[in-house]
Write a protein that binds this ligand. Structure first.
Ligand code: NAD
Ligand code: ADE
Length: 402
């Protein structure tokens, strides 16, 4: 009941996906298509799965992380005739088992978030890979993993880098995570952000959003980076830049957003203040090195839902949110609905693009076509009744003459 209400509420705020669904349904565009999905399973994701199913597809879904399934939504989704294999809090082994189960339908199309399904197909599921005509990848880390497969000449089918569409990363990675990471941190800890020293590791699209919103809350924001250009950008945006070595001593709240491993490990835990809060917004739970923390801690306990307290030998306490998994999904509901409406519009139209064009595509990673991206932006403006100017004939002539 609760899950169905959540799905309905999200649907009310997804005008783009609703229009795409209508077209898919009326034209039965996805008839005879089997789609396997690994996406964080919450209410917005459920609406994408329903839209694809209503378009005629057979859909099987799992979450793209062991800790990001909302069980009530997963249960409600089964009532829509979708094969659901997901539970919150499962082990890594059970998670892989669920990924395998969604692949058992012998999919034509994969929708992946982080690259686990594509990876599994290439390593263990040779039995079903030949049916796959292509995949759509949701996030930066997944696109990087797919590009590695391509570089090693192992990739077996075309992949559309949904993440790289302007209508995706400029909004989802930046403003989406900017809001939802703080939603997760605030609803989990209930602490005041103003006046706190917030350390953001990584100033890519996700880091930019998190830093920007932290500043809005009145925090003093420190950014750590490894890329000199990004560090300069953060500096010009008004943030303090330093190495993690120095930042570790100052931070009250740390948020990692790098897509990299060992960003905060024993080198830095040892320097942190008593009471420091640690959260991760990057795809995998490798940014805050939990293994190190468990090793140097003399004990740990859950002090509040989704907060684990680690007590170090000298008595200092460090607090990890959502086991170091994506804080916006493990500790909250993920991005705002309207943002995911945009991301999933890109997903749905990329699925349609694959169906129509796969015969002409090679086994490589493709960007989302520019016209498709622009079309979604037009649809967004129209849905929110935002009007923009159009170039006059004279302006076009002026801009195109030599
Ligand atoms: P990005 O490539 O734009 O940015 C990553 C940044 O981290 C780069 O600027 C890089 O120089 C920096 N970096 C790498 N190693 C570092 C280190 N050791 N210390 C400091 N900085 C370091 O990527 P992005 O789009 O911002 O995504 C970042 C991560 O977040 C990825 O794993 C992505 O999949 C994930 N993501 C999560 C969500 C979410 O909902 N939580 C949404 C979108 C993306
Ligand atoms: N909800 C569903 N998928 C999501 C994602 N990749 N990021 C944030 N919220 C989401």
């Amino acid at each position: 009941m609760e899950g169905k209400l959540k799905i309905d509420w999200a649907k009310e705020h997804m005008p783009l996906l609703n229009n795409i669904e209508k077209e898919f349904r009326e034209k039965r565009l996805l008839k005879d298509t089997r789609i396997s999905i690994a996406l964080h399973l919450e209410a917005k994701t459920a609406n994408l799965a329903i839209a694809l199913s209503n378009g005629g597809a057979e859909v099987a879904i799992t979450s793209s992380n062991p800790l990001t399934t909302q069980d009530d939504v997963a249960d409600a989704l089964k009532e829509f005739g979708i094969k659901v294999f997901a539970r919150r809090g499962i082990s890594d082994k059970e998670y892989i088992k669920n990924c395998n189960r969604v692949l058992d339908i012998k999919p034509h199309i994969i929708i992946d978030d982080g690259g686990d399904l594509v990876n599994l197909l290439h390593t263990e599921r040779g039995d079903v890979i030949r049916n796959v005509i292509g995949a759509c990848e949701e996030t930066t880390t997944g696109v990087e993993r797919d590009r590695l497969l391509e570089k090693k000449k192992l990739l077996s089918f075309p992949v559309i880098a949904v993440n790289n569409a302007k209508c995706k990363h400029l909004f989802d990675n930046r403003y989406g995570t900017g809001q939802s990471a703080w939603d997760g941190i605030i609803r989990t800890t209930n602490v005041n952000i103003a006046g706190k020293n917030v350390v953001v590791a990584g100033y890519g699209w996700v880091g930019k959003g998190i830093a920007m919103r932290a500043k809005g809350f009145g925090a003093r924001v420190i950014v750590t980076e490894v890329d000199p250009i990004k560090a300069m950008e953060a500096y010009m945006d008004g943030f303090e830049i330093m190495r993690m070595k120095e930042a570790a001593k100052l931070g009250d709240i740390f948020v990692t957003a790098t897509g990299n491993t060992d960003v905060i490990d024993a080198r830095y835990f040892e320097r942190m203040k008593d009471g420091a809060i640690l959260a991760n917004a990057g795809h995998f739970d490798v940014e805050v090195k939990m293994k190190d923390l468990k090793k140097i801690a003399k004990g740990f306990r859950e002090v509040r839902k989704n907060i684990t307290e680690y007590v170090l030998r000298d008595g200092r306490r460090l607090y990890v949110l959502g086991e170091g998994r994506l804080v916006n999904l493990a500790c909250a509901d993920g991005h705002p609905i309207e943002i995911m409406d945009l991301s999933f519009a890109v997903q749905a139209l990329s699925v349609e693009y694959l169906l129509k064009n796969s015969k002409n595509l090679k086994a490589q990673v493709y960007e989302v076509p520019e016209d498709l991206d622009k079309n979604i932006a037009e649809k967004f403006l129209s849905a929110y009744k935002i009007k923009i100017d159009r170039l006059t004939k004279e302006q076009i002539n002026y801009l195109t003459k030599l």
